[in-house]
Write a protein that binds this ligand. Structure first.
Ligand code: ATP
Length: 794
């Protein structure tokens, strides 16, 4: 099944999917089945022929036959009275760059794109992917686009500054060039993108339209698709075998997906994702990339690939881990969808802290009762109150303790005095000494009955246990080698020791938030060697930890073992443009010694501009959010479970929940807690921005984005006295909003009471919709027009 055929079916919906699924089954059973009315259309080249066949009376399929008819491939699907005429005029060619089989409908492009009337104002677009969006006049150029909107037929065609050779060299499908040369307006361009263009072509055009550098387009797009060998554009047999021509290599999986859930369709990997998921690495490997670029998808496919290569057995030699408990549950569910219970049976899926706790319990070490993050923070407040050292704050001490003292393995003042604090705000030696005294007081509190501990201390203890175990394992492996394995059974029984590393492969998602202790523990759980640790993360989304340099923890991912994904599959360009502005200018690491950027990061999806709403007070804001949620549900059919409301803290979650649930609206709500939420529960998710990490929703409402709340006003105290710290807190706050905003698939609504956050556009207070108007029922429709900054505003 070709990629574009999948898209044809996806667009046509479940009934056509079922019809095609049955057709494929019948074709496979007997390719000469006369009932399929297969007729020769034309020869495609040296060793390929095109056929038309009937899946039913209305639905016609374009087939490519190669290898003397031994292989049949569905290239395109059309239904309706003109189906076979439409299929006949399709151009089918082999892309000279990627070697993929590509299908383009020239006449559809000419009729619907090139022939669009050239008007000064673009017509209202069908902004939404599901076609059921709030009414909206979308009249700005795509967010992130530096190019002005075209307004007149006198404008030069969009791509006139690129020669045909340049476009072809970048991978644009050759037959599209004549039509492409006629595109002069944003409306034509947007329309072109909604056609089922080959992915490489669509991606290149979008990047060029956004004025990306040719060098970057070649590096981040074309090279990722480039075939490994020279492409013979007439060799259909070879082209049909290439992974890029296929929607999924496992034909049964595709057929299983047909007609059932379209979720499965979403997991067809981009060639770069596929290379990462199935590649062989000499040691560890790392994938980075902005939000929504498919890092988690790659991690899940990586797990499946690693499990597929295991010999049969009942053990769980693969670990899939992440930072939050709710994300670990989510990963487990997604892994089940990918490979069923058979896959899950070979994989341990748990959060790093749950894993650490199990290790400590298994070793029968009693560290005391673990306290959660809030309780750990309260304990710092107690220590500060008792010592009167109010010049230090609990948040700072907590991070210093977790990431520098525990993470750095500092068991004494001497060790702390000398430890590297790279990436942390600067402090003097005298301050270090003060902090150490406060740490001693903090530890004394934990030790005093009833004994308590923190997750940082548990991770540290688990790391030490695992390091000891790995040392013993290596010793025994050496011993076994010396004796040629003869005495091993004796020694195993005699010592009672474990002789195998805990895992063969470890896959980590959201790697940016793990602490040094976590990495020490993971490093010691798997023997150094091919494909040992695979990690996915993005420093732009770091909201918990401090920077950890992987190579300092014995994890080498430099050079070819590091790859970056740049194509966002989740978020529309409009939302992404606004979210990117939140972190513009700040510097981010690559989880190692280098720097990371979002160069080349882009989305091919288009939709609504984010909406801004301001309220005079908190209650009005909450009531307006409730009305907006209700409207999306009642008028646009969005299920409650596809919407999420972010709040600044746990107590606001309850307040919001009460207002939403209150009659007459009576909106079902559920708090997004540590354990996540059952996927089938039809209720609006409410949670802090931290809880949104790694998830995605159709519509996201970011509330309380007012000055003083985002970033929190407490960081103001550092602005003059402690600029280094101020900068770090600011960056963390920006990353947090960035993470929350990029959870939105189709729509992002931002609300606040009082003055708008400094992270929003300067004119946000003047241009935002007014919540009071909405409540008075006199306001504008909740759909948006666009403000100067790409945000929708009144
Ligand atoms: N090749 C692909 N084709 C279509 N959809 C994809 C592809 N890869 C990923 N997606 C979809 O994009 C969305 C984001 O993917 P995923 O959650 O893996 O991204 P991520 O990089 O881990 O994001 P984040 O860093 O924000 O957590 C998901 O809905 C996923 O199914």
């Amino acid at each position: 099944m070709g990629l574009q055929a999948h898209e044809d079916i996806r667009r046509r919906g479940g009934a056509v999917a079922d019809v095609v699924a049955i057709f494929v089954h019948r074709l496979r059973a007997d390719r000469n089945n006369r009932a399929l009315r297969r007729t020769f259309l034309r020869a495609a080249g040296d060793n390929g022929d095109l056929y038309l066949a009937y899946a039913d009376t209305r639905c016609v399929v374009l087939l490519l036959s190669t290898d003397d008819g031994d292989e049949m491939r569905v290239l395109a699907v059309r239904d309706g009275p003109l189906a076979s005429t439409e299929l006949t005029r399709l151009t089918v060619e082999i892309n000279p760059v990627s070697g993929a089989i590509e299908v383009v409908d020239q006449s559809e492009v000419s009729a619907q794109v090139v022939a669009l009337p050239d008007r000064a104002e673009a017509a209202p677009q069908e902004a939404a992917r599901d076609g059921r969006e709030p009414a909206v006049q979308q009249d700005t150029p795509a967010a992130g686009s530096a190019a002005p909107a075209a307004t007149s037929s006198l404008r030069t065609p969009f791509f006139s500054c690129y020669d045909d050779e340049v476009l072809l060299d970048l991978g644009v499908v050759p037959s599209l060039l004549p039509a492409l040369r006629k595109i002069r307006t944003d409306e034509q361009f947007e329309k072109l993108l909604t056609h089922n263009l080959p992915d490489l072509t669509r991606d290149v055009l979008l990047a060029l339209r956004n004025q990306a550098d040719l060098k970057d387009v070649r590096q981040y797009i074309t090279d990722k698709w480039r075939a490994e060998e020279d492409v013979n554009p007439r060799d259909w047999s070879r082209a049909a075998q290439r992974a890029v021509s296929q929607a999924e290599t496992d034909d049964d999986a595709v057929l299983g997906a047909l007609g059932k859930s379209f979720d499965a369709w979403r997991l067809f990997l981009h060639p770069e994702q596929k290379r990462l998921a199935t590649g062989d690495f000499k040691g560890s490997a790392k994938v980075t990339g902005g939000p929504g670029t498919g890092k988690t998808v790659v991690a899940l496919h990586r797990v499946r690939h690693l499990v597929d290569r295991l010999p049969p057995g009942h053990s769980r030699p693969v670990l899939l881990t992440t930072y939050n408990t709710n994300l670990a549950l989510d990963l487990k569910e997604r892994l089940r969808q990918l490979g069923g219970d058979a896959l899950l049976r070979r994989v341990d899926v748990k959060s790093v802290d749950a894993l650490a706790r199990e290790i400590v319990q298994e070793a029968r070490i009693d560290l005391g009762r673990p306290i959660d993050d809030d309780a750990a923070m309260n304990l710092w407040h107690t220590v500060l109150a008792e010592t009167g050292r109010f010049e230090y704050d609990a948040d700072f001490l907590d991070t210093e303790f977790r990431h520098v003292i525990v993470g750095g393995g500092c068991g004494s003042w001497d060790a702390y005095r000398r430890v590297s604090r790279a990436g942390r705000p600067r402090i003097t030696t005298a301050q270090r000494h003060d902090i150490w005294q406060l740490v001693l007081a903090y530890k004394a509190h934990l030790e005093s009955p009833p004994r308590q501990t923190t997750y940082a201390l548990i991770a540290d203890a688990a790391a030490a246990i695992e390091q000891r175990r790995m040392t013993r394992t290596e010793e025994q492996a050496r011993y076994k080698k010396e004796l040629g394995g003869r005495d091993l059974v004796h020694r195993e029984t005699g010592s009672g020791m474990w002789l195998k590393p805990r895992y063969q492969h470890i896959v980590v998602d959201e790697a940016q938030d793990l602490s040094a202790s976590h990495w020490r523990m993971l490093r010691a759980m798997v023997r150094k060697g091919p494909n040992d640790i695979f990690l996915a993360g993005d420093a732009h989304q770091r909201i918990y930890g401090s920077r950890v340099v992987l190579s300092h923890q014995g994890i080498e991912v430099r050079g070819r073992a590091s790859r970056r994904l740049t194509l966002n599959y989740r978020t529309t360009r409009q939302i992404l443009g606004s979210a990117n502005r939140l972190i513009e200018g700040a510097a981010f690491d690559d989880l190692d010694t280098g720097a990371d950027t979002l160069v080349g990061y882009r989305s091919v999806l288009t939709g609504l501009a984010p909406q801004l709403w301001r309220a005079p007070d908190r209650l009005t804001e909450m009531r307006a959010v409730a009305m907006l949620v209700k409207e999306r549900h009642d008028s646009y059919g969005t299920p409650y479970s596809a919407m999420a409301v972010s709040v600044p803290d746990g107590s606001s979650a309850q307040e919001f929940a009460n207002v939403l649930a209150r009659e007459p609206l009576g909106i079902p709500v559920v708090e997004l807690g540590r354990e996540g939420v059952r996927a089938d529960l039809d209720a609006v998710r409410i949670g802090t921005m931290h809880r949104f990490k790694g998830l995605e929703f159709q519509r996201v409402f970011l509330t309380s984005v007012g000055e003083g709340q985002v970033p929190h006003q407490r960081i103001e105290q550092y602005r003059r006295t402690y600029p280094d710290r101020y900068r770090q807190e600011e960056q963390r706050a920006r990353s947090l909003v960035f993470v929350a905003a990029t959870r939105a698939r189709d729509e992002l609504v931002i609300t606040w009471s009082g003055k708008a956050s400094r992270y929003l556009p300067d004119d946000a207070d003047e241009t935002a919709y007014r919540a009071t108007d909405l409540l008075r029922n006199e306001g504008p429709p909740s759909g948006s027009s666009s403000g100067s900054s790409g945000f929708a505003a009144a």
